[in-house]
Design a protein around this ligand. Structure first.
Ligand SMILES: [Zn+2]
Length: 577
């Protein structure tokens, strides 16, 4: 993790500021990224004019596979909470978790209306329902080309762009200081599989009007050319379907509505029944078909319990878990641990998603398990089974040329992608002084006369523990303070590489959670629990440290919560000797 918890004296402002700048006149606009710059995920940007603020997006970040003990990462918003009355709204660009995933955790504190397009709000609604927050949040639908006024200083217009989830919007933010175009995630797909067309005309019109700043997605800035389309993916999936003579198991991101449509269309073309495995796919199917973004072939979709009704050669199973998440359907299938489904020799596995950096290891491990079972495997590294939802360099040139901003602020990406985005703009004749490479917490102030970073506010990562798939229960937010209060519990298992058996009793090490001297009994209980949960795992799970870790962690967490009402960070460590 790049920017963990800033230690005191690290140069980062540790007291929340109620003011982002001393200039409270209304002719200056301040842009403050609170997440998503110099990192992937957790996108959140604050815009401030005078004493009013709005926030665009409120995303979460998925922890790397090596961030043990953490389920989700969300932005630290202390700088907003220091002056809550200033925040007027949260405006969303699209439904991806790295843009809306932090809302269930932050909305109870932020308490402002949320604006978004219909599909985005539908996904948010279902998320808030899960957290029992639906009644407490005001949601206001954005219509394309129907600007809405927020507070005294902001007017927002949603502009339809194409992305891997439909109903994605770039935002034109009109302020007394000028217009900002905030692209959100986009690519230029001239013929999207579902949903509206890319709205070139509104963006070009804004360019004619004069745009002060373009805050733009940099994800694929290093990749030359243009992003492939969903129709291109379909062309490359076709031969895989044509040559499969047993069951096909396919995974993708749960919000990839276009991809799900492509897969369901292929099921019709190749006469297969569709079985949906995993709650998040079921949810997407429900939401997107209700709003008309998906046209599922109803007569072909069957519940999982009817799987035996279709012979293997007539099955398409859509399964969640494209990143090898330890407790997902795909991971369970890989180790033969799914209750209703089994991957057999000759089956086809399609991982129709990109490999998120940091997840290569669990995905490789999962893939190896599938090979061991005799399946053939297609993934985005070896086959053309995935297209990105983000613009490549040529599309970025189109965006910049249409909008013609006075200033460019690359966001969404690590420094290398931000710099590549800068190079693209320089190639178009941009003045280097008009491009701002800023980072989370920088207060970039723009007005007629000048532009520059005037301040730095506190930002950071808050770690979320306890929202694992298939698990309900309390959610623990860990900021700097909680990390030191809840303590840490490590369970160390020494496993014989040859036999797969435990070499000795599991070791339990705690810091700040209990006083070891006084709790010998508890430690013994925990040891016993760890051994029990290790031994209850089948051999294949024991051989997969990621899945094994998740299982042990879950058992410990449940036990400690139930019996002691404590929430330590739990880190199982499996050593193969
Ligand atoms: Zn996105």
């Amino acid at each position: 993790m790049a920017t963990t918890i800033a230690p005191p004296g690290s140069g980062v402002e540790t007291k929340p500021l109620t003011l982002f700048s001393l200039d409270t006149s209304t002719d200056a606009l301040r842009i403050v990224p609170l997440g998503g710059v110099e990192e992937f995920g957790m996108n959140m940007t604050c815009y401030e004019v005078g004493e009013e603020r709005i926030v665009v997006d409120c995303g979460a970040m998925f922890p790397d596979a090596d961030m043990l003990g953490v389920d989700l990462v969300i932005p630290d918003v202390s700088c907003l909470l220091a002056a809550p009355e200033r925040l007027k709204a949260i405006v969303l660009t699209h439904a991806h978790d790295d843009h809306i995933g932090a809302l269930p955790y932050l909305l109870p504190d932020l308490q402002v209306p949320v604006y978004g397009t219909p599909l985005t709000l539908a996904f948010l609604r279902s998320k808030l329902e899960e957290f029992d927050l639906l009644d407490r949040v005001e949601m206001i639908q954005l219509e394309y080309d129907a600007p809405v006024r927020i507070g005294r200083h902001f007017e927002i217009q949603a502009i339809h762009v194409t992305h891997s989830v439909p109903d994605a919007a770039s935002l034109a933010i009109r302020t007394p200081a000028g217009i900002v175009v905030h692209t959100g995630d986009y690519k230029i797909d001239y013929a999207p599989v579902t949903g509206g067309l890319f709205d070139f005309s509104s963006l070009a019109k804004l360019g004619d009007e004069g745009v002060l700043a373009l805050v733009a997605d940099s994800t694929n800035a290093e990749i030359p050319g243009s992003t492939h389309t969903e129709r291109w993916v379909r062309r490359h999936l076709e031969p895989i379907f044509a040559t499969s003579n047993r069951a096909i198991f396919c995974t993708t991101f749960s919000t990839s509505v276009h991809r799900l449509q492509v897969l369901m269309d292929l099921a019709v073309e190749f006469d297969r029944m569709i079985f949906v495995a995993g709650r998040s796919f079921e949810r997407t199917l429900g939401i997107a078909s209700e709003l008309g973004y998906l046209r599922p072939p109803r007569d072909r979709i069957r519940p999982l319990r009817d799987i035996e009704l279709a012979p293997p050669a007539k099955r398409l199973i859509l399964a969640t878990g494209s990143q090898g998440e330890p407790l997902s359907v795909m991971s369970r299938l890989a180790v033969g641990e799914h209750r209703q489904l089994e991957v057999q020799e000759g089956d086809t596995i399609i991982l129709s998603a990109r490999v998120i950096p940091g997840h290569l290891r669990p995905i490789s491990r999962m893939t190896n398990h599938f090979y061991k079972r005799g399946a053939r495997v297609f993934d985005s590294l070896t086959s053309k089974v995935h297209a990105s939802g983000h613009a490549c360099s040529e599309e970025m040139k189109t965006m910049i040329s249409m909008v013609r901003p006075r200033y460019l602020i690359p966001v969404h990406g690590e420094l290398r992608q931000l710099m590549a985005h800068r190079d693209i703009a320089l190639g178009l004749g941009f003045d280097p002084a008009s491009i701002f490479i800023i980072t989370d917490g920088d207060v970039l102030e723009l007005n007629d006369r000048r532009a520059g970073v005037v301040n730095k506010v506190m930002t950071g990562h808050v770690l979320v523990d306890g929202k694992t798939i298939g698990e309900t229960g309390e959610v623990v937010l860990r900021d700097r303070q909680h990390l030191s209060e809840d303590g840490i519990l490590m369970a160390i298992l020494n496993v014989d590489r040859q036999t797969g058996a435990l070499i000795n009793e599991p070791e339990i090490v705690t810091r700040g959670f209990v006083y070891v001297d006084e709790s010998e009994e508890l430690i013994n209980e925990l040891r016993h629990l760890v051994r029990e949960s290790f031994e209850s795992c089948p051999k294949e799970v024991r051989e997969d440290p990621d899945v094994l870790n998740a299982e042990i962690r879950r058992a410990l967490r449940k036990f400690i919560r139930r019996n002691y009402d404590r929430y330590p960070v739990i880190l199982p460590v499996v050593q193969e000797l």
